[in-house]
Design a protein around this ligand. Sequence first.
Ligand code: BES
Ligand code: ZN
Length: 596
Amino acid sequence: MSRLDPHSYYDTTQPRTRHLDLNWFVNFRQHQIEGSVTLSLENPSGGPMDLDTKGLTIQSVYGDNGQPIPFQLEEEEPILGQRLRLDLPDGTKSIMLSYVTSPEAIALQWFEPEMTLGNREPFMYSQCQAIHARTIVPCQDTPRVRVSYTALVTVPEYITAVMSAGPQGQIRDVAPGVSTFKFNMPQPIPPYLLAIAAGGLEARDLSTRARVWAEPEMVERAAYEFGEVEQMIKTAERLFGRYEWDRYDMLVLPPAFPFGGMENPRMTFLTPTVIAGDRSLVDVIAHELAHSWTGNLVTNASMDHFWLNEGFTTWAERRILDALHGEKASALRWAIGQAALDESVARFGADSPLTKLRTDLRGVDPDDAFSSIPYEKGARFVYVLEHAVGRQQFDRFMRKYIQAFRFTSITSEEFLEFLEKELPGTAAAVNANDWLYQTGMPSNAPVFKSERLDELTAAANGFAAGNQPDPKQVKNWTPDELLVFLQHLPRELDAESLGWLDQNFNLTERGNYEILVEWLTIAAGSAYEPVFDRVREVLLEVGRMKYLRPLYTALGRHANTRVRAKEIYAEGKPRYHILSRRVIESVMNKYDEGNQ
Ligand code: BES
Ligand code: ZN
């Protein structure tokens, strides 16, 4: 037996899947997907084959010649789920499994019409990364096993379905009241990139290969916000090579989506909180787009190498912004990332194994290990490599790296080996082993300095000491400048200072959620009464974990705000995604520890 991924039952000695054919009926009433999947094997094979499943009801399993295949669904392991053991007759080419998902499938979130902008149609979407694909399809749920796929998705006739795949048209007359959408994803993807959404959707074209999908109420604003996307794709192609996925479409989800964005190929999923009205949060698009190279083309072999995915992408995102908006803008993004990195290192402790880039997540749920460390420590490691050899040489290396490993899933060690081959001595010169295998931040971690950053930090320190910045000047600060200023303020301020900030920066009214939440975090942590209605509104509306965690944490600072947090959570819980609930509950458990 050889299991290489701590989060999958996939066994390298067993037959391997190459392609999936999905046939799904989306049951909005029952909150279930009912249907089948046919797994095509790389080679005709026989013997035991283990699949990952979680919460699935398996109705039948047939081989390609129509004979039933014996199967056994084992006891549930809390993180991995249930191993489905098949016993394949020799020469099996494909297996068809009929199954139903659980209404509690972690990968799916369902909304009644009242919970959408238009109040007309229900809505559902999936989020499979890192190990939740197994809650919607029985499969070898490890990024090592890349698969192409086709899908037939049947939905009520007034619903539009989209997937992380090329659209292949719609069949309208399959049965009364329903229609079937067809999809094809010819490139092999890791199972975590399988994605579906369905609801009352409308699209706007942004270029010949990019379009945005959203509820009709939101689609115009989304089209403006992402109007720069074709330029971004071209810039990324200049840096990293041809865009290999044909189309780059985007989908704006309901605000309960627990992430900022998800790089589902051909269909990036996005939180509506990135629609600030002034394109100030398009770094999320740069990031998800960059995954088309660093991630979707070359991904991590398991979550122990997640930094290969997010670290490279965070670095790539800043190279795109640098090319589009200049060095000053990207320098501020590095500084903003530093605050997130510091928070994560402080949360885990600098000597926690979770601060290593190369992790050992046996027995650890990837959702619990999630933090800014693979992103920001990872990106800093790539930056250090880039600067050790110079940008030109490193860019050549990057293109070669992407070409060498395209459509594969690799480990940190495979990366190091390639690095040594292509840029001999560089790993040693930058202490790569410290970066990958040691906790905390290495001594050669870059410190991002810029004049603007110094000025803003000085302004923040000055404010804390009682010197207010000139109100006329602050009117001209960009959103990122204001964000950096806020990040450098103390986490608690007196009511007078808070009043001044809100009056001069109009913070409570901001449409930019990065700024709004940074402000509300300080104000809520200071038990500043005038913001509480807004804090409550944001917490009841938005499910993005990046915002929920600091806000609920800030509310934990004072006894009276802890009570409010618990009230708000009780009200908001039914609308939160399961992952968001888990984060909030872990934050609140610490409230109680602190009280004892
Ligand atoms: N792939 C991630 C989101 C993710 C990671 C989902 C792990 C599930 C498990 C995505 O690319 C991401 O990093 N999103 C960020 C965007 C930001 C870094 C610009 C987010 O959601 O905040
Ligand atoms: Zn990412």
